[in-house]
Design a protein around this ligand. Structure first.
Ligand code: C2O
Ligand code: CU
Ligand code: CU
Length: 496
């Protein structure tokens, strides 16, 4: 195993005693730092006609250090928040001013296959200096995001990402809406990105977990709120690998939507119940600001319990409440027009075994010719991972285009997909082009069978989902720990 690079030493302290699956570092910037001000609440400007991917610089840690050289869409991290109405057409041209080929993937949106942004499978990568026009209607309301799918472990990590909101047809009334784009960075003391992308240690363990957590591209200090407000909070986890379990101290938010899809009835979280958001996943909450004017309440990530840290504070203005408490449950947004899977009517049953990784996983095959070819590509400047993971025994590596299809299904048929996590690690599994219902975990029905496009699987867990394969084309499904996908944790399927 490759030792961790010296650049990380001193920042990353791994939690001991929890087993490898929970080896998550506590961020070093931000722990108790009284840093920069409130993260932006994501108010969109006019919709851009172009998304220019280019090097830029960002004040991620305020005045503590930096600025940080990043890669960004239109010069900011996150990139422009895109806000559309349901069925509205997004028409935007990607302009590549990066030194590397890129694409844009519209995470969670059911786009036509040619717009999905998967290099070599749905489009050729956009070369440096090149352009590509993305144009499609947004069929579903909800919280989504966009990011490159070429060289993703590096490009997303360097700052290429942004939220995309498709407004509800008849949104539940709130006073205000806030978007939190959560990211995790591996920074040096000078706040420069440690450039050890694809390090085999990360690929084969928990992915590239960093040491600095940002909210909307800034070290989280405070989100200003007013007593009595009802706020809709759209949370997007764009981190390569960090899983968040957010606790809102002193508050009991309502769970409104998962991956953009509304629950039939919003559910109030239990006191101290965490909101689990893995990489790629989104959660919409309605937050009733019932705190005391002038007080601060912490929002804590306790995914690794022994290593909980403050992500930011809810900071109440000193003035009196904007209204007397009126706390009827929020109304659910209208459901999206998703085809209902029919697992009882001759579905295609597919089983995917996730294998590999450190701590007991078997390494997937890596024939000497392939190892040799990889060495040659690396000498020529390519950056890629060694195989560490498999799905049904194959590693789905980015450089091996022309993968076999794990399954092929006629358009309109229900697919019942059973994923078995035969590894010692967490995996947020993500499906392209479709939205599925979670049916069962370890054989037990999932409450409410929520719609999702990304599901967090615990070590050794089995998850069964179902969807109607109604979007023709060649698609992928993969772990959204970007290093895991780069190391082989993915598969291709075809809808005829
Ligand atoms: Cu966020 Cu393959 O996607
Ligand atoms: Cu996606
Ligand atoms: Cu994974």
């Amino acid at each position: 195993m490759t030792p961790r690079s010296p650049g990380r030493r001193g920042f990353v302290g791994f939690a001991g005693g929890l087993g490898a699956a929970a080896a998550i570092a506590r961020p070093s910037f931000g722990a108790g730092a009284d840093g920069p001000g409130s993260p932006g609440s994501g108010v969109p400007g006019p919709r851009p006609a172009e998304l220019v991917a280019a090097p830029a610089s960002a004040r991620l840690v305020g005045d503590l250090a930096g600025p940080t050289p990043v890669w960004a869409f239109n010069g900011t991290v996150p990139g422009p928040l895109l806000r559309l109405k349901r069925d509205e057409v997004l028409d935007v041209e990607l302009v590549n001013r990066l030194p590397d080929p890129t694409t844009i993937h519209w995470h969670g949106l059911r786009v036509p296959n040619a717009m999905d942004g998967v290099p070599h499978l749905t489009q050729p990568p956009v070369e440096p200096g090149g352009r590509f026009r993305y144009r499609f209607a947004c069929p579903d309301s909800g919280t989504y995001w966009y990011h490159p799918h070429a060289g993703a472990p590096e490009q997303v990590d360097r700052g290429l990402y942004a939220a995309l909101v498709v407004e509800d047809v008849d949104p539940p009334p709130v006073d205000r809406e806030i978007v939190w784009v959560l990211d995790d960075w591996r920074l040096t003391r000078e706040a420069r990105i440690v450039e050890d992308f694809y390090a085999f240690f990360d690929v084969a363990h928990a992915g590239r977990v960093g040491n600095t957590v940002t909210v909307n591209g800034r070290l989280g200090d405070a989100e200003a709120v007013r007593a009595g407000e009802r706020v809709r909070l759209r949370i997007v986890n764009v981190a390569n690998a960090r899983i968040f379990a957010l606790r809102f101290e002193g508050h009991r938010p309502w769970l409104l939507a998962l991956d953009g899809q509304p629950l039939p009835r919003p559910r109030r979280l239990e006191p101290d119940e965490p909101v689990l958001v893995g990489p790629g996943m989104r959660t919409d909450l309605v937050l009733d600001c019932d705190g005391e004017p002038g007080a601060r309440y912490r929002v804590v990530d306790g995914f690794v319990r022994s290593n909980a840290y403050r992500v930011l504070d809810l900071a109440y203005a000193t003035g009196g409440p904007v209204r007397a408490a009126r706390r009827e449950p929020p109304r659910a947004p209208a459901p999206n027009p998703l085809a209902e899977p029919e697992p009882g009517r001759d579905p295609l049953r597919v089983e995917l075994r996730l294998g590999g990784g450190a701590m007991g996983g078997t390494r997937p095959p890596d024939p000497p010719q392939e190892r040799e070819a990889r060495r040659a590509r690396r000498l020529a400047g390519s950056r890629e991972a060694d195989p560490a993971w498999s799905v049904n025994g194959h590693a789905h590596l980015h450089h091996g285009h022309g993968h076999p299809f794990e399954f092929t299904v006629e358009r309109g048929r229900t697919v019942v997909l059973t994923m078995r996590n035969d590894t010692a690690w967490w995996h947020p599994m993500h499906l392209h082009g479709h939205t599925y219902r979670e049916l069962e975990r370890d054989g037990r029905p999932v409450d409410g069978r929520p719609w999702r496009d990304t599901s967090l699987m615990a070590p050794r867990e089995t998850l069964q989902v179902a969807f109607v394969a109604d979007n023709p084309g060649d698609w992928i499904l993969h772990c959204h720990v970007l290093e895991h996908h780069a190391g082989g944790l993915g598969a291709q399927f075809r809808v005829l």
